[in-house]
Design a protein around this ligand. Structure first.
Ligand code: SAH
Ligand code: MG
Length: 226
């Protein structure tokens, strides 16, 4: 019997060969590795989903926490409505420098506001001219709840808050002993389940290069309160 992971690897390769791959996105991925930066971007499949979801909500204002080198940001920025804006937050100046180049090459720099600094500090001073249509949270996982709460207060009814890496290669399932990373994610997932569970979905996804199963949480704000 063929191992499930082999089938998965073949299928992911098939998807990437079948659907068009953007040269700028490929450049971002390889340049990230060449500069010794961590290649921990969302997968192409996740990128396509983020792009689709941003289009579906007619996004004019998107917040991203955790830019890295701009890969997910390009997927999001390219889905913006005319006059739309991606506000993206990154702590690491080397990551942000490549992200700026990436946004230029992708032709979206005019739509992107990149803030360099610790996201909690940036959020404390950030003011929005319009409510958010979508927020994508993908930074330091210990602050997930703080980022989520900030975004949830500012997302419009019908808008989405999306959080990456909520399954920690399955370690969220049993993380009682010393796995601080998985434990903080599991605590965040519990918080979401208790307060927004009926509005939420979790999508598992396999990351081929890391042989790692992780997941994305999507929460939609109800159209009308109550
Ligand atoms: N969304 C990106 C991947 C983000 S990786 C993509 O899919 O392409 C997580 C990023 O969060 C890293 O670049 C890291 O430097 C950044 N980060 C970690 N802690 C942060 C903080 N407190 N404030 C802002 N950015 C932070
Ligand atoms: Mg991630």
């Amino acid at each position: 019997m063929t191992e499930l992971r082999t089938i998965y690897a073949n299928v992911l390769g098939y998807i990437d060969r079948t659907l068009p791959v953007d040269p700028v996105q490929e450049w971002v991925l390889s340049e990230t590795v060449d500069r010794g930066l961590p290649p921990i971007q969302v997968t192409a499949e996740q990128g396509r989903l983020l792009h689709l979801l941003a289009q579906l909500v007619g996004a004019r204002r998107i917040l991203e926490v955790g830019t890295l080198t701009g890969y997910s940001g390009i997927w999001l920025a390219r889905a913006l409505e005319p006059e739309g804006r991606l506000i993206t937050l990154e702590q690491n100046p080397a990551h942000a420098a490549l992200a700026r180049e990436a946004f230029e090459r992708a032709g979206v720099a005019d739509r992107v506001e990149l803030h360099v600094g610790a996201a909690l500090d940036t959020l404390a001073t950030l003011t929005l001219d319009l409510p958010l249509d979508l927020a994508f949270i993908d930074a330091d996982k210990a602050n997930n709840q703080a980022y989520f709460d900030w975004a949830w207060d500012r997302v419009r009814p019908g808008g989405l808050v999306i959080v990456d890496n909520v399954l920690a290669n399955g370690r969220v399932v049993d993380c009682a002993n010393g796995d601080e990373y998985a434990r903080s994610i599991a605590a965040f997932n519990r918080y979401i389940a208790d307060n927004y569970g009926h509005l939420a979905t979790m999508l598992p996804g396999y990351k081929l290069d890391e042989d790692n199963l992780d997941g994305t949480l999507i929460v939609r704000k109800p159209l009308a309160e109550g």
